[in-house]
Design a protein around this ligand. Structure first.
Ligand code: F6R
Length: 255
């Protein structure tokens, strides 16, 4: 596991975008796994900038998003479909047929999950997976519990997640209780993974994750310790507790 600590959110975002850009340059038909939420917004902004400056071409890139709220339509401004198009897809030259996001309105959810896994498999699996992390250690919407599922599935969102994501809704009651998420197996099969963490509310979970030498279904992100090619990229605020524990003080590990 490679650990990188950026001075601030902007620096973290440009490092992440540069890693993604390099991978696209090496493999123009890269299969890119994407996350939503606050953390990757700056990365998407940077990727859009690189595209607009003529430095990056998404015409052959294939994307698979990690998750979508169950019951929200793609046109709902709070859906992850809407987020992805407004923050990223509408601003780059990705082909619509190369974009994949689980359908939160699917009548037959099991079939939708099967179809999604099949599409990922047909594309050859994920080359590069971008991840955020929940305050409870979730990745995608693989929430802490007694077991973790490997394939795409409908999941109940944890109370911590509902609380954290209420900021995107008018009230906590409006936050969907369920989501379709890729499973941990799909994430772990990605050839390369970047885990982003930003802000002080992530400091506790990052310290817990990076201090541990054990994996547990209670901290789904801990399974990343078993992966061969993970870059953990945090800003200083998210790294704060980890750094204090590590150095007995508050030093900074540069990037
Ligand atoms: C989103 C996703 C989630 C988020 C996580 C952090 O597609 O899969 O795991 O990455 O909840 O969200 P933010 O970045 O909003 O703190």
């Amino acid at each position: 596991m490679k650990i990188m600590i950026a001075g601030d959110y902007q620096e973290m975002s440009s490092i992440a975008a540069n890693i993604i850009a390099e991978e696209i340059k090496k493999k123009p038909d890269l299969v890119l796994g994407l996350a939503t939420g606050s953390t990757p917004l700056g990365t998407y902004r940077e990727l859009v900038r690189m595209y607009k400056e003529g430095k990056l071409d998404f015409s052959r890139v294939i994307t698979f998003n990690l998750d979508e709220y169950y019951g929200l339509s793609p046109t709902d401004p709070r859906s992850y479909h809407y987020y992805m198009y407004t923050n990223f897809f509408n601003h780059v030259n990705i082909k619509p047929e190369n974009i994949h996001i689980p359908d939160g309105m699917a009548k037959d959810v099991e079939e939708e999950c099967r179809r999604y896994d099949e599409q990922i498999q047909k594309a050859g699996g994920i080359d590069l997976q971008l991840l955020g992390i929940g305050v409870n250690g979730h990745i995608g919407f693989n929430e802490p519990g007694d077991e973790l599922l490997t394939n795409t599935h409908l999941t109940n969102l944890a109370p911590d997640t509902i609380k954290a994501n209420a900021r995107f809704f008018e009230s906590i009651d409006e936050v969907p209780r369920k989501a379709i998420t890729v499973g941990l197996g799909t994430i772990m099969k990605a050839r390369k993974i970047i885990l982003l963490a930003s802000g002080r509310e992530k400091a506790k979970i990052m310290a817990e994750l990076l201090d541990e030498d054990a994996v547990s279904t209670k901290v789904p992100a801990s399974f990343l310790l078993l992966h061969r090619d993970v870059t953990v990229l945090m800003d200083k605020e998210a790294a704060n507790i980890y750094l204090k524990k590590k150095d007995g003080c508050c030093g900074t590990v540069g990037v």
